[in-house]
Each structure stands twice: as structure tokens, then as C-alpha cells.
Design a protein around this ligand. Structure first.
Ligand code: ATP
Length: 341
């Protein structure tokens, strides 16, 4: 800390947007690292809503004991329409001033960081921590919650496969991911899916759905597992298909086999965070407080090539992360197909 840097005495922490397993581990790390540095930590409930409405409490080291093994967030989370207005944000900053906050740690996704950027423009030092099961934050290779959500979805699909393969059925499983297909891709690779449908790709029903089923059937498979990201049907990537159930009907019409449709939905958000999520969240929370205490702010704590990095929020929000299409190609190569000559 330089001599000119104002001593940080009190910070706030909040979780915002969709909940993600591992958020609690990040909150714990923020609180404990703050207290280690003689900095008080105010927990703000329900994201930016709590900030606007003064829903907060002073956190102790004891009350974050053992929360790192729990999914969800002890601070609750919310989406705040009011915070989208200038008036709402001014009110939020007034509350921060009233509380004497020298900084704020905001844990969430891109939307949360856009909100954090606005707060920084109003003079509040902020640091963001990426936590979303979609893994769709451009500035960070990894977001807290992704690994747990993958493992939860894989566990569900494995169970489904046991029953569906016994009946020699076709399974169509929808996983979360409106604009990003990371979850679908990683789950698809890990369960050896017959086909994976990603929102990032231009899709063709014949090429991307029917052909993989036919190839697998020709190679001797009697059960077919199709993994589809929710954005595919929402964006009507196939004509006349608005839901995964429509997609199931379209497959039935084309090949006479009616897939059993399973929507994993909010199941994917819950559960005990994995080692990767607890460890990453702990490192990010620790680093966020270190940055504030050492006088650095208006950053996102991201991971790049496995290392924790501090990225200025404005730059971070411009960064894009593409889905790894080479993994998609690998998935196709690893499918059971009769070799072409
Ligand atoms: P997830 O990836 O899980 O959806 P997220 O952080 O992207 O998480 P959002 O709902 O997009 O979730 O954003 C959370 C909150 O951040 C919003 O409810 C809103 O209050 C605030 N926010 C989002 N975008 C902006 C913006 N452009 N300006 C100010 N605040 C914003």
C-alpha cells in the first residue's frame, strides 16, 4: 500500500444474478481476508436490491464457518430493475457512503459487473468476482459454479442413461445455457453424447441431429443421447422448434423414434460445490480483498491460463470468450461410427 493510499476500514460484499455453487466459498474468503487485514465486512443481502433498500449486516468470521461446502448463497441473490435506473444507482451509492464502505466486492456474472462499473463511475471502488454456472464471462477462462453444474448434469445424465439404454430409447436432455453452450459441450463430451447442440453454431437438423443418430445406429448403438443447450430452442435454431419438446416431436416425425425429453432446469444450480469451485472461489475472494486493501479497484478478478489476474472492469466487459470448437470436433471424432472409406 502506498503512503497516499487511504486505509481501507470497511468493505461490503454481495452476490447478484443467478446463484452458483461456490458463491459461499467466495463470500467466506472475502470476509475472512478482510478481518485478517483489520477491515470490517458488511454483507449486503439480495444483490443490488439490498444495497438500494439498506438490507445489510456486519459479518463475523464465525458466521461464515462451514458455508463453503454449501451451494446457493447465504447472502441471497436477486436481479434488480431499480438498480438499472440512475436514481436507483445513486441511492445505492448513498447507502454505501452512509455505511462508510471503502469498497465493494460484487460476486456474479456480466450483468453484475456492468452494474459494478456504474458504481465505480459514481466513485465507489469495486472489485468483481465471476460466478455463474454458464461460464460465459469474457475476461475469465473460468467462472465459479461451472464445474459443479457440469458434474450435477453429468450425474443426472448418467442416471438417465441407465434406464433409457435398458429400454433402447433416445434421450433428449436440455441443459442450461441461453447464449453460451459451455455446459452443453462439457457435459456432452463427458457423457459421450450422440450429438450436442450449441447456441453458438449454425445448426442444420439433418446434419446435426439426424445424421449422428443414424451413424450411431449403423455402428450398433441402440440408445442415443442428445444434449441440447436451452438457447438452441429459444432462438428457434430449427424451423418451428421453440421448445425442446418441439424438437423431440420433430425427431419423431423424421425417424419414427420419439425421444424421452428431460429438462434438467434448476437442478443444475444446486448441490455441494466441487473442489475446483471451492478452491477457485477461495483464491478469487482472497485476491479481491487484497486488491482493495492494497489500493487497487475497479477490477474483475479473472482466471487466465490457470492464474488469477486483475482486469480493469471496462476492459473486462469488452472481452469475448469463444466456445472451443475443437472440443466439439473431438466429440464428433470420439463417437461410435463405422469408418468411412
Ligand atoms: P448470470 O450470468 O447468472 O445471469 P448476471 O450477473 O449476468 O448473472 P444479470 O441479471 O444480468 O445477472 O445482472 C444482475 C443485476 O445486475 C441486474 O439485476 C441489474 O440490477 C444489474 N445490472 C445488469 N446490467 C446492468 C447495467 N447495464 N447497468 C446497471 N446495472 C446492471
Amino acid at each position: 500500500m502506498s503512503e497516499k493510499t487511504k486505509r481501507v476500514r470497511r468493505i461490503g460484499v454481495l452476490t447478484s444474478g443467478g446463484d452458483a455453487p461456490g458463491m459461499n466459498a467466495a463470500v467466506r474468503a472475502v470476509v475472512r481476508e478482510a478481518l485478517t487485514n483489520n477491515v470490517e465486512c458488511v454483507g449486503i443481502r439480495r444483490g443490488y436490491n439490498g444495497l438500494i433498500h439498506g438490507d445489510y449486516y456486519l459479518m463475523t468470521g464465525q458466521e461464515v464457518s462451514h458455508i463453503l461446502s454449501h451451494g446457493g448463497t447465504v447472502l441471497y441473490t436477486a436481479r434488480s430493475e431499480e438498480f438499472m435506473t440512475e436514481e436507483g444507482r445513486k441511492r445505492a451509492v448513498d447507502i454505501c457512503r452512509f455505511l462508510g464502505l471503502d469498497g465493494l466486492v460484487a460476486i456474479g456474472g456480466d450483468g453484475t459487473f456492468r452494474g459494478a462499473l456504474e458504481l465505480s463511475r459514481l466513485g465507489l471502488p469495486v472489485v468483481g468476482i465471476p460466478a455463474t454456472i454458464d461460464n460465459d464471462v469474457g475476461c475469465s477462462n473460468y467462472t465459479i459454479g461451472f464445474d459443479t453444474a457440469c458434474n450435477t448434469a453429468i450425474d443426472c445424465v448418467d442416471r438417465l442413461r441407465d434406464t433409457m439404454s435398458s429400454h433402447e430409447r433416445c434421450s433428449l436432455v436440455e441443459v442450461m445455457g441461453r447464449r453460451a453452450g459451455f455446459l452443453a459441450l462439457y457435459v456432452g463430451i463427458s457423457v459421450g453424447a450422440t450429438a450436442v447442440l450449441l447456441p453458438e453454431r449454425d445448426l442444420d437438423f439433418e446434419r446435426d441431429v439426424l445424421e449422428p443418430i443414424r451413424e450411431a445406429r449403423f455402428a450398433g448403438n441402440t440408445h442415443f443421447m442428445l444434449v441440447v443447450a436451452e438457447g438452441v430452442c429459444m432462438d428457434e435454431k430449427f424451423e418451428g422448434v421453440h421448445t425442446v419438446f418441439d424438437l423431440g416431436n420433430k425427431i419423431k416425425e423424421a425417424i419414427g423414434m420419439k425421444p424421452t425429453v428431460t429438462v434438467l432446469g434448476h437442478l443444475q444450480r444446486g448441490g455441494k460445490p466441487t473442489a475446483r469451485d471451492r478452491e477457485t472461489a477461495s483464491r478469487m475472494g482472497y485476491r479481491a480483498v487484497k486488491a482493495l486493501v492494497e489500493g487497487r479497484a475497479n477490477l474483475i478478478i479473472g482466471t487466465q491460463k490457470g492464474k488469477i489476474e486483475e482486469i480493469p472492469i471496462e476492459d473486462a466487459l469488452k472481452m469475448k470468450k469463444s466456445i472451443q470448437m475443437e472440443r466439439y470436433d473431438m466429440l464428433r471424432d470420439l463417437q461410435n461410427r463405422v469408418p468411412r472409406h
